[in-house]
Every structure is written in structure tokens, then in C-alpha cells.
Design a protein around this ligand. Structure first.
Ligand code: SF4
Length: 311
């Protein structure tokens, strides 16, 4: 089965609300025909270094351009990070990601992260890292230390990116994704829906991710945060629009895992439909600067949707 074309992707986004059930059935059928197990993987993150970022990403409370009350802190103590990883393991997370604020890590922080990853090399949950824009050398250091997966979002469609961030370019982000793959790492990449991008720009992001052959797509729906440029939504994305967006990404990139990170709660009563829409993974626990869903809540969500957690 061929993945959809850009025109087909637009059609999905423009599907009338009363046809959402047939669209969900179609999406579900496509995943089943491709041999999807229907199991859902969980991942968890820790914000290991927060705030004071030189970049001006308009959605982010950690940018020094924002007036967010969010607390900044330097690199966390290793024991604290390892204990959060242990907790993620107890909760069944398959991946645990260490996330740091900033354009790129300092060499000192990178060395510390590599040492930490080496200490739990090959053990579950697999290490993932989200450390910003890196060089091929830095990505190889992480790979050699035992990193399984690198996370780095494109954030939005290529042509809309300058509206979201001016201190670095979309190309720099895409280059980091390419280099992570070249370093032999799995890549998780995606972005934020609802930043004010047009539907074609949203479709563009999906096709860029397909072209980059990312292993996993991380979809977030904008949660407007106090002090950021996006304190209010530029558009109101309904739960049905959110579902259609998920379906579109799943159909454009059928070979990638599809996970939902921030904003899942805004789906309200449609939340359990995300799995029929093509979602193969969810982030559980706290997000970067705000609380997320609880593990127990997520297990109940899987049960209500008739899904099981991937081991
Ligand atoms: S998204 Fe990352 S790079 Fe952008 S402002 Fe936030 S911490 Fe900095």
C-alpha cells in the first residue's frame, strides 16, 4: 500500500466531521494490514537542565525571551536522573529521555550525559536524549556511549519556522536529524500542531519527516504557556481536527512509530480514539515545564481503548 500524496493528506485534514468514523476505520485497517501489533509503547522524559535558553522558540517557557515564571536550574544530579529512569522502568516505559534546555549542550554536560548513558547501556528503558542542535562528532559520542535514540523536533513546517523561531533555522534542525541517523542512532522527531501554521504547512512537516525517514514521530498539540509569545491559540483546533491530524501523519508516514506527547488531554472524549487513528506510543508522566498524565491514568486509557502496553 502506497503512502498518501500531499493532495491526499490535505483531503484527510479537510474531511467533514461526520466522516471521522470512516476515516478512523480506514486508518485502523491500514495499520492492521501492515502487520501492526496494536501494542502501545510508553516513553518518559526528564527535564534535566531547565531554562536560560538563548533561543527564541515562541512556544517555549524555557527561552530567555519569554517572561514565563518557570524555574531555571542547572544540570541535575546524576542520581536524580537515574532514579527517575528507574521509576520510568517500573512504570513500563520502553524509552527514557534526558532532555536539556539550550541550543546545544556544553562539552562538560555532554561528557556527563555520555558517562551516565554508558552506565545503563543496553538496559531497559532504552536511553533517548534531546539535547538540541548537535554535530556529527557529538552524536557519535552519544551513540558510542550507548544512546539508542535521539529526539530532535522540526517543530513545524519549513516555511512557517521563521514565525516560530529566529535564532536558528529549520535547516539546522533537519541537519541534526540527518546527522543523528548518519551516526547510527534511531531518531524521534516531530513538532507542535497549532502554532498558527496553515494546513499545507502542517502537511509539509509530515512529508519532511517521511523524507528524513525518522523512526518515530512525536506529535504535540500546543498548550499555550504564560509568558510565551503563544499565550493564546492562534486557532482553535477541535478534538476532531486533532484526530484528523494524527491520521494524516500516520498515513503519510506509515513506517514510523507515531507517538503523542503534549496536549493529548485536549482530545477530551476522543482521547481513546488516537490508537485507531494510528498512534503507536504515548508519553507518560510529566512534560518539560508542566505536569503531564499519570502512569495509572494512561494504563486506564489503554484499557478503555482495548490496547495493551508494549513490553
Ligand atoms: S525549545 Fe529548546 S531551543 Fe527552543 S527555546 Fe526551548 S529550550 Fe531553547
Amino acid at each position: 500500500m502506497q503512502a498518501v500524496s500531499p493532495a491526499g493528506a490535505m483531503e484527510i485534514l479537510l474531511t467533514p466531521q461526520d466522516r471521522i468514523q470512516s476515516l478512523l476505520a480506514l486508518s485502523e485497517g491500514i495499520r492492521a494490514a501492515r502487520g501492526s501489533s496494536g501494542e502501545i509503547s510508553l516513553c518518559s522524559i526528564i527535564n534535566a537542565k531547565s531554562g536560560d535558553c538563548t533561543e527564541d522558540c515562541s512556544f517555549c517557557a524555557q527561552s530567555s525571551f519569554s517572561s514565563s515564571p518557570h524555574k531555571s536550574y542547572p544540570m541535575m544530579d546524576v542520581c536524580r536522573i537515574l532514579s527517575a529512569r528507574e521509576k520510568a522502568f517500573e512504570h513500563g516505559a520502553g524509552h527514557f529521555s534526558i532532555v536539556t534546555s539550550g541550543r546545544s549542550p556544553t562539552e562538560e554536560d555532554l561528557t556527563c550525559i555520555c558517562e551516565m548513558i554508558s552506565s545503563g547501556k543496553g538496559e531497559k528503558p532504552f536511553w533517548c536524549a534531546s539535547l538540541g542542535i548537535l554535530t556529527l562528532r557529538q552524536l557519535r559520542l552519544l551513540k558510542n556511549a550507548g544512546l539508542r535514540r535521539y529526539h530532535h523536533n522540526l517543530e513545524t513546517g519549513r516555511t512557517y519556522f521563521p514565525e516560530v523561531c529566529t535564532t536558528h533555522t529549520w535547516q539546522e534542525r533537519a541537519d541534526t536529524v540527518r546527522m543523528a541517523k548518519a551516526a547510527g542512532l534511531e531518531v524521534c522527531s516531530g513538532g507542535i500542531i497549532g502554532l498558527g501554521e496553515s494546513l499545507p504547512q502542517r502537511v509539509n512537516m509530515a512529508f519532511e519527516l517521511r523524507e528524513l525517514q525518522v523512526d518515530s514521530i512525536a506529535l504535540n498539540f500546543l498548550i499555550p504557556l504564560e509568558g510565551t509569545k503563544f499565550t493564546t491559540r492562534k486557532e482553535n483546533i477541535s478534538p476532531v481536527d486533532m484526530l484528523k491530524t494524527v491520521i494524516m501523519f500516520g498515513m503519510v508516514c506509515p513506517d514510523s512509530e507515531l507517538r503523542i506527547c503534549a496536549g493529548r488531554g485536549m482530545l477530551a472524549e476522543y482521547e481513546k480514539e488516537i490508537f485507531r487513528a494510528g498512534v503507536t506510543g504515548i508519553m507518560t508522566g510529566d512534560l518539560l515545564t508542566i505536569s503531564g498524565s499519570g502512569f495509572q491514568e494512561d494504563i486506564e486509557l489503554l484499557a478503555a481503548a482495548g490496547r495493551v502496553r508494549a513490553e
